[in-house]
Design a protein around this ligand. Structure first.
Ligand code: COS
Length: 396
């Protein structure tokens, strides 16, 4: 459960507070029996179905598709991820991918594309995926090499995507490919691909330290109908970035949920474990560790809510705010979890302990949806552009 003082912050409204409290209650009861970390495919299918049935996936689609609010409410997405991540990383993952995998369609798709994709995702009947990264284009998205060529009646897709979450279990992928209207970022388009598309195969399932469904996808003379294209040709890069603007603060929120869980575990341990004749919590070095963690999490929480609030207020771009939130929250949560392990001592690295699980879970968040280094590039660019604009105003 997220701390009450976080939920009391003025960035949130009562509907958010109510959502977070109800979800925390549901997740504590319903999530653990659905999760088996040795069967990530089955767990994700069960989690998606349960979250759909309970109505939580409504947060992943806009109002005209049965969502909670007219456009995606980033604060609701953030609170949902933080609350689920507090309970289990796989539950957070299963929720997040429904949103990230559908975002481009709900933001830029035609009425038909939205009607086909959104209701099944909202009801937990279909699993979504977002396929952007490639073996030679991770952080540098504009370098992607998968091609989409116009052919009679549609498109032909050739290339490889990797690190694709839900790869192998998704019912619908949004795939980015080079269509060549211009070099670099302006020559990329987005396509909807279903697993039955001829020429589409799962080349490899990828096992990682905190397992979740992950795969390399292969497109070999893969044929798509003409209505597979989302938005305008050449608009794919900007659509991917706009989707990431919405979901980057939610990665930060997931990190926050994991960090708060680690802090609660560490606090419980520090109060219950005796050493040198007193509870660990009486030792000043333990107090220093807890204080650093409280401050790291509260600072991150403010940045997450600032970014989400700005988007919900209608600020057109929150690129910088989202990048700062993601960088600070994921880096801080990693430190908080590491400190929690230190308080647990040897038990902290024992398989099956929650803090050991969190230590593995948090690591990928500093990498996916733009590694910390990419966020630094984004932040510095925004800062320098603002400085340039201010300087020209003075000069002009
Ligand atoms: N929203 C809307 N449009 C955006 C945008 C955003 N957040 N960010 C960039 N764009 C637009 C730009 O305005 C620009 O349009 P014009 O050419 O019309 O001016 C275009 O997209 C290209 O932008 P830019 O020049 O910044 O592209 P770069 O190739 O230099 O971008 C970074 C570099 C690093 C910022 C980008 O590749 C990135 O975010 N990489 C990380 C990707 C990532 O998160 N991968 C994980 C995959 S999902 S797990």
């Amino acid at each position: 459960m997220l701390p009450a003082d976080l939920l009391a912050l003025p960035f949130l409204e009562d509907r958010h507070r109510d959502h977070a409290v109800r979800l925390a209650d549901w997740a504590a009861r319903e999530v653990p029996p659905l999760v088996d970390h040795d069967d990530v495919d089955g767990s994700c299918r069960r989690l998606v179905a349960a979250m759909g049935k309970a109505g939580w996936l409504k947060a992943c689609v806009p109002g005209d598709q049965g969502g909670l609010t007219e456009s995606l409410d980033v604060r609701t997405l953030c609170l949902t991820r933080a609350t689920l991540a507090y309970v289990d990383g796989l539950a957070d993952f299963a929720f997040a991918m429904q949103g990230l995998g559908t975002g481009v369609i709900s933001l830029f798709g035609t009425a038909e594309q939205k009607a086909a994709a959104c209701p099944p995702v909202r009801e937990g009947r279909a699993i979504a995926a977002f396929a952007l990264s490639e073996p030679d284009a991770g952080s540098d998205v504009a370098a992607l090499a998968t091609t989409a060529t116009p052919v009679d009646g549609g498109w032909r897709l050739d290339g490889t995507k990797t690190w694709i979450s839900n790869g192998g279990i998704a019912d619908r992928y949004v795939v980015f490919a080079r269509t060549g209207e211009a070099p670099g970022a302006r020559g990329i388009s987005a396509f909807i691909v279903t697993p039955d598309a001829p020429g589409f195969t799962i080349a490899e399932r990828i096992d990682v330290i905190a397992p979740h469904p992950l795969a390399t996808l292969r497109f070999d003379n893969c044929r798509l109908p003409s209505d597979a294209l989302v938005g305008r040709p050449g608009g794919g890069f900007a659509m991917a970035m706009a989707n990431l603007d919405i979901f980057r603060p939610t990665v930060a929120a997931a990190a926050l949920g994991m960090g708060y869980r680690a802090l609660d575990e560490a606090t419980r341990r520090a109060r219950g474990r005796h050493m040198f004749g007193a509870p660990l919590a009486d030792l000043q070095l333990t107090q220093a560790s807890l204080a650093d963690s409280v401050a790291d999490l509260e600072a991150a929480a403010l940045l997450v809510l600032r970014a989400a609030w700005a988007k919900d207020q209608g600020q057109p771009r929150i690129t910088k705010e989202a990048a700062i939130a993601k960088m600070v929250a994921t880096e801080n949560a990693q430190k908080v979890i590491d400190r929690a392990i230190q308080i647990f001592g040897g038990l902290g690295v024992k398989k099956g302990e929650k803090v050991e699980e969190l230590y593995r879970e948090i690591r990928a968040l500093r990498i996916y949806e733009g590694a910390t280094e990419v966020q630094k590039v984004v932040i510095a660019r925004a800062h320098l552009a603002a400085a340039e604009a201010a300087a020209s105003k003075v000069a002009g």
